[in-house]
Write a protein that binds this ligand. Structure first.
Ligand code: PLP
Length: 399
């Protein structure tokens, strides 16, 4: 009898008791809106922003309604106008080009390498060809490119970098936290990310003008004074008449749920990476399968794992996905023609009019993806890799 995995790939941890109790207190108070505060009180949202800024080392933070909203707010704060070109990597998820399109701006898609990070040579070419002055860099599935090289290239070309840290909250490159390289960084607190409030996001920056604009854009009316992580009043005076209110606030209920999760974030991240390493070690040295080696400078968060199936045909990969699923293991394939569930490819974003990306196509055609939730034990991870291993071996030998 071949073994079958019984766990769920989409089951996250429960909200910590402390968060549930804080959420109940918010509901009992009735003051769910972040600017609805009692005399002398700072809202859960304002406290959360202060705590997140401290955690990442950013000067300022604003909490918003989603990761997508954080990215769109960053683009607006930076001054992207309709018709402007915005660079982004081809391997990412739909909310990234979606944020660019939401401003009427035009995505300029850049190739990715076999390491699943932005291709710096292609980036340089496309900066020159497009004249784009903003890069929305998505650290997709937690893979960080050489951030020092990227920043040197972008600084030299006068390109402002916004980091999409949806999968790198808690990660770092060469000792610097992810999100601390670019002018602004966007995070998501949606259920499948590293902290969970159902929906939500953060935007961080050290730049006082960008952050004053971001706070106004997030929908602060003229109540920005009730923020704790904010630039001085005179900075708001400079921009408050020129910055539209694009409502996308976080409420106190979500903030209350998130605050205790920040305290345990680093432990949670270590837990993900431990599980990732367990799966990875079970998949090493297997004919027909290539694990993605992580650079030494990268401290990643292993909340999902990717691997390559070089030389496999589409029908073989579809067969592998089906056989693993039968044994309880949910693999996603980035090479499928039709976008499915959370997974869509750059060439399904027709509104962005993407150019063909031969390098990226070759990578996506062999790219497999699997979630590693914290509800899995290390034994679960070992079992999952045994199942993948046996199915890969069987199919690879059949040819
Ligand atoms: C989830 C995600 C986002 C933000 O998503 P929201 O659902 O809007 O919070 C951004 N980028 C990537 C790569 C993501 O996976």
């Amino acid at each position: 009898m071949s073994e079958v995995f019984e766990g769920s790939f989409t089951q996250q941890d429960p909200i910590p008791r402390e968060g549930i109790e804080a959420a109940i207190r918010v509901m009992e108070s009735g003051r769910l809106h972040r600017y609805n505060v009692a005399e002398g009180e700072f809202s859960e949202a304002a406290l959360l922003e202060q705590e997140f800024a401290e955690l990442t080392g950013a000067r300022y933070c604003v909490a918003v309604a989603s990761g997508g909203s954080a990215m769109a707010t960053a683009l607006r704060a930076i001054g992207v106008r309709p018709g402007d070109k915005v660079l982004s990597n081809a391997f990412t998820l739909a909310p990234v080009p979606g944020a660019i399109a939401s401003l009427g701006a035009v995505p300029v898609i850049v190739e990715v390498t076999e390491d699943l990070t932005i291709d710096l040579t292609d980036l340089e070419t496309r900066i020159a060809a497009s004249g784009a002055r903003v890069l929305l860099l998505s650290h997709m599935r937690g893979h960080l490119c050489d951030m020092a090289a990227l920043m040197t290239l972008c600084d030299r070309a006068g390109v402002t970098v916004i980091e999409d840290c949806a999968h790198t909250m808690g990660a770092s490159w060469d000792g610097t936290a992810s999100g601390r390289h670019g002018a602004m960084a966007a995070y998501s607190t949606q259920t499948y990310k590293h902290v969970n409030s159902g929906e939500g996001g953060f935007l961080t920056s050290d730049d006082e003008v960008l952050m004053a604009r971001a706070i106004l854009l997030s929908g602060s009316y003229m109540l920005f004074d009730r923020h704790l992580s904010k630039p001085a009043a005179d900075v708001f005076e400079q921009v408050k008449y020129d910055t539209p209110n694009v409502s996308g606030r976080m409420d106190n209920l979500r903030a209350a749920i998130l605050r205790p999760q920040l305290k345990t974030l680093q432990d949670q991240c270590d837990g993900w990476t431990e599980r990732y390493r367990e799966v990875e070690s079970g998949l090493r040295d297997l004919a027909g399968l290539k694990v993605i080696e992580r650079p030494e400078q990268e401290r990643f968060v292993g909340s999902s794992i990717q691997f390559l199936l070089p030389g496999w045909r589409a029908d073989q990969i579809r067969n592998l996905v089906a056989r693993c699923l039968k044994r309880g293991v949910e693999l996603k394939w980035f090479g499928a023609e039709e976008p499915a569930a959370f997974t869509s490819r750059y060439d399904s974003w027709h509104y962005a009019n993407p150019e063909p990306m031969p390098k990226t196509d070759a990578v996506l055609a062999q790219l497999m993806d699997m979630r590693v939730p914290l509800t899995f034990s290390l034994q679960d991870c070992a079992q999952i890799s045994r199942i993948i291993r046996s199915e890969v071996s069987a199919l690879w030998q059949q040819g």
